[in-house]
Design a protein around this ligand. Structure first.
Ligand code: SAM
Length: 223
């Protein structure tokens, strides 16, 4: 029986990769990647050459049999997403669930590493002994209900957001009279910044600097 390794990759800075992740990428037989072009840049940086297969969110279920066959043939298979930890708002969780069902005694190992979630929590300056992670909010159906629940939460709530919707989200939080927010942008990259304060202050910061309404965002709604 082979092995499936779920490997965390950098969320920006290509140096943020563990020794174990690099060894695993070097030793495996095949890498399934959310986008083969993205992982190719990381592999080129570390001079790793491996067969690549695409496995995006739409293909998780379809690829189960193929991966099960590989594992049964004794192959070492790696799964990576574009950035961070697979399965955290990224492809991986459904694939792992299916494989566990198909091969209950199979080896699925985590190669832990970066995640925008933990990176933001580590520098937010909040009490993170407990928190709620919701990933991306739904765009339409169920959004208002979720926002109301967030407003009532006694724990910090962590959200992922895109640059297209960050101002909208901050305006919605302000309308709900949520007192504080922490917004992390482009962590580990050149334009990394963390803005924290009242929701009105954070909103003003981004409204005043349209050039900073770019890149990748994590929002923590503070109770
Ligand atoms: N699996 C990834 C992880 O472990 O962080 C998350 C993937 S999710 C599709 C992508 C979202 O993560 C982005 O829209 C953004 O909200 C957040 N993100 C990823 N990289 C980031 C970074 N460098 N700085 C801030 N947020 C980031």
């Amino acid at each position: 029986m082979g092995k499936l390794s779920i490997v965390a990759t950098p969320i920006g800075n290509l140096e943020d990769i563990t020794l174990r992740a690099l060894r695993t990428l070097k030793e495996c037989g095949v890498i399934y990647a959310e986008d083969t072009r993205v992982i190719s840049k990381l592999l080129a940086r570390y001079e790793i050459k491996k067969p690549l297969q695409r496995l995006d969110a739409t293909m998780e279920t379809k690829k189960v049999n193929e991966i099960v066959e590989r594992l049964e043939a004794g192959e070492h298979v790696v799964l990576v997403s574009d950035a961070g930890t697979p399965g955290v708002s990224d492809p991986g969780a459904r694939l792992v669930a299916h494989i566990r069902e198909e091969i209950p005694n199979g080896v699925i190992e985590a190669i832990p590493g970066p995640s925008a979630l933990t990176a933001t929590l580590s520098i937010a300056g909040l009490d993170t002994s407990g928190f709620t992670f919701l990933g991306f909010l739904p765009h339409k159906k169920g959004r208002q209900t979720m926002l109301k629940k967030i407003a009532e939460s006694e724990l910090p709530v962590v959200l992922y957001e895109s640059p297209h919707r960050i101002l909208k989200l901050l305006k919605e939080l302000e309308a709900l009279k949520i007192p504080r927010a922490v917004v992390a942008r482009e962590l580990t990259k050149i334009h990394e910044e963390l803005v924290s304060g009242s929701v009105a202050e954070v909103l003003e910061h981004f409204a005043m600097h349209p050039d900073r309404v770019r890149g990748e965002f994590v929002v923590i709604v503070a109770p």
